[in-house]
Design a protein around this ligand. Sequence first.
Ligand code: SDX
Length: 427
Amino acid sequence: MTEYATLTFEGKTLELPIVTGTEGEKAIDIRMLRQKTGYITFDPGYGNTGCCKSAITFMNGEKGILRYRGIPIEELAENSTFVETSYLLINGRLPTRKELTRTSVMLNDFSLVHEDMQNFYQNFPRASHPMGILSAMVNALRSFYPELVETDEQTEMIFLRLLSKVRTMAAMSYKISRGHKVIYPRPDYTYCANFLHMMFDTPVKPYVIDQDLVRALNVFWILHADHEQNCSTSAVKTVGSARANIYATLSAGIAALWGPLHGGANQAVVEMLAKIWKEGLSIEEVISRAKDKTDPFRLMGFGHRVYKTYDPRAKIMKKICDRVLPKLNINDPLLDIAKKLEEVALNDAYFIDYNLYPNVDFYSGILLRAMGIPTNMFTVMFAIGRLPGWLAQWKENLDDPEQKLCRPRQIYTGSNQKPYIPIDDRE
Ligand code: SDX
């Protein structure tokens, strides 16, 4: 039985239907609001606005809950692989062993990139940021694979091709930026092992796969795989709603993720920690600056639009750092600084009052440093992880009969009508 919210203003009363989600979340359906009242709602940043119904990811920001297709992130991080989790997000269920094997084989089959693409890389200035290169190269993929998404079989092929090639392109970008020989994927390696192989193997010193790092990379990408309607996923859905091709659509998502308030925060966190260490800044001084409203400095890796408690992914990331770094005999001073910052911040009234806790980006860069990933590639690593989420959300949006072209409204605050003034009459 449909519940209603009653809106009364200007002597009018409007009954608006209530939408209820499977976890009891509630929304007021305002789709008829403007047509019936001439009014729109006003919600900069969309903090109170639901853009869709989705069955992919559930988050509870107050309780720090994150589930992909109903499965808790903690259980996926413990038991799953990135390829299996990608299948789960995209197809809505865990694969059978046969389906997982077929998916892994297809990912390996698609792991090469057209040789002509290397010419593109050669023409980027050496100092180009890997996220700018990745966004451009994903868009360029359309030129090599022009087919449109018409059938489910094509969708699966395009999705797996993207999951595989974007990983290859990221490693290629790294090798070419260093003037090193591009290393090709190996058919006998798994998805994550192949990435480490393509990144760190060299003709003179073969890279020995470390299974602890392979496991850590699987978990890193599982933790980043989806996060419901975040900024970059919203960019993907907005561009996708115009029926732009999937490559241009993902390129937009990569561009949005690059922002330091979003996925770019993992690079900004490590740069912040490195500055604290290099300049010998005190924790108290850093915390004081983060609280100072006259200072643009923010404690990067802290705070979240949805989580008003500890980001469950940050908890898992911190545990991996504590497990992997000692195994690699790495004693990273930045990890110690991060832990001290967290301890002081979580006991400070400002952070408590604003519900500011570590988010996924606070410890992720420490792990990537331990793997040998260069700092300017941290957000590329986030993008590879977020690919299955972007793809799953994009497809769900296109398949949703209630969805249409994204086109928000506005409240105009500019000049009222005024005449054109010829240039000779202007002061
Ligand atoms: C990601 O949406 C997602 O799901 C994103 C993500 C995903 O997986 O896709 O989880 C990934 O983007 C994580 C967030 C990474 N970004 C950072 O770590 C950058 C630092 N954090 C902030 O800039 C901020 O917390 C945001 C952008 C993440 C969230 O900001 P909101 O929700 O827009 O809140 P806000 O900026 O309005 O802050 C509320 C108050 C403000 O004080 P007032 O102006 O109201 O007095 O809290 C303060 C802010 O100044 N505040 C901070 C702070 N974050 C918020 N103060 C100091 N340091 C911070 N980090």
